[in-house]
Design a protein around this ligand. Structure first.
Ligand SMILES: [Zn+2]
Length: 400
């Protein structure tokens, strides 16, 4: 064998070995990295370095009363085993109600809660995020049953721009009838696209008080003719800006909608590629589903406090234990930013219709830059609860 030939053979053999090592390494290394990502003890200092901050404190020990607060947000329990949303935002005597699920029978529960805080019986703004009953059943009651629109005087109503609901669908028809009644009373009804484009009297920003405003956020699924696979992506989204503090509500928006919302927000507010927004309070998108609160979205809108409106662990939508609300994927994503996560309701036995409060009605109150969280049942954060320990894990929360 000539030297040259030997050297060629050697090169080939070495290349094969190198390729084999590379190939095996390529398969094995990510396993270790993935392992590391979800089981290693990651300190909050490391997270602070990664994201600018990691929120694990700064919640006021003393409770800010709703009466004293500059602003309070109330995540309301709905009185049944079904997951759903109903959020009251109170700024002085001005109120914003976002959604009213989960079923027609929830209306009396919501009414009795609202009566404590909406003394003048006027909801200045009502936002109906999308046409799913767990969000709009309270606005879509049968003709002989009172809806929220019948029980309270509503100022401006902002609804979804698009829906996949068939014109013949019963609930959707009820909703259309209720909306016509609101219009007949001379109230303003706008859709989200009109708001973001400021057309026909609709506004993208509504002043709620000195220094507090409601901003309707744009995403592409508002556009005329836009088709979303999931009704959830039509959700009306908004930000409450309270001085420097921001509170984010995205209905059931899913990954595609979240990406569009984040990109458009960055453009509108002149943010650069790596910039992020500190969000004081984030209502977990889509009840903490695995299709929302996506990694990119949370990297743009980094939450400090997160409230999940759901009946935790309920098999209403899935029997896969990892995917019941709040899902394992959601925990993986949110726990990277905060451990201040609260949940409204806990499912005991879905088939028997048994449920109880998790945290209960959650009230987040802001005053002079301080924030407090006070719940009707208990104030335990999710990671310290028995339900979490039995059903979920997190590399961030479980770190020693
Ligand atoms: Zn929903």
């Amino acid at each position: 064998m000539s030297r040259k030939k030997f050297s060629l053979v050697k090169t080939v053999i070495l290349s094969v070995i190198a390729a084999a090592v590379g190939l095996v390494g390529g398969f094995i290394a990510p396993l270790f990295i993935a392992e590391d990502r979800f089981t290693a003890n990651i300190t909050t200092d490391e997270l602070t370095e990664a994201h600018g901050y990691y929120y694990s404190g700064d919640i006021s020990d003393s409770v800010i009363s709703v009466e004293d607060a500059d602003l309070s947000v109330h995540f309301i329990e709905l009185g049944n085993k079904y997951t759903g949303d109903c959020t009251l935002i109170k700024v002085g005597n001005t109120e914003v109600l976002i959604d009213c699920g989960s079923r027609e029978q929830s209306v009396p529960f919501v009414e009795s809660y609202l009566k404590n805080y909406v003394k003048d019986k006027i909801l200045e703004y009502v936002i109906v995020t999308h046409a799913h009953q767990d969000h709009y059943a309270g606005f879509a009651t049968a003709e002989n049953k009172d809806s929220i629109f019948d029980l309270f005087d509503c100022g401006t109503v902002i609804t979804f721009s698009n829906t996949n609901q068939k014109p013949t669908a019963k609930l959707y028809n009820n909703f259309k009838r209720e909306i016509e009644e609101v219009k007949a009373k001379g109230k303003k009804v706008y859709d989200a696209l009109s708001c973001v484009n400021n057309v026909g009297g609709a506004q993208d920003v509504y002043q709620l008080s000195d220094g507090v405003n409601l901003e309707i956020l744009y995403h592409a699924f508002y556009e005329e003719g836009a088709h979303a696979e999931s009704e959830n992506d039509y959700s009306v989204c908004c930000m409450i800006n309270c001085g420097e503090k921001k509170l984010l509500f995205t209905g059931d928006l899913e990954k595609d909608g979240e990406e569009s919302l984040a990109d458009n927000y960055k453009t509108k507010h002149g943010l650069n590629a790596g910039d992020f927004v500190e969000v004081e309070l984030y209502k977990a998108g889509h009840h903490g589903s695995k299709t929302s609160s996506s990694e990119y979205f949370l990297s743009v809108f980094q939450p400090k406090i997160c409230c999940v409106c759901c009946c935790a662990g309920s098999t209403e939508y899935t029997k896969n234990a990892n995917n019941t609300f709040p899902t394992q994927t959601f925990i993986n994503n949110i726990s990277k930013y905060t451990d201040k996560v609260y949940v409204t309701t806990l499912c005991i036995d879905y088939d028997k219709g048994e449920f109880k409060s998790f945290n209960g009605n959650i009230v987040v109150a802001l005053k002079d830059g301080a924030v407090s969280v006070n719940c009707s049942d208990n104030n335990e954060i999710l990671k310290n609860t028995e339900w979490y320990k039995e059903n979920r894990t997190s590399a961030y929360w479980d770190a020693a």
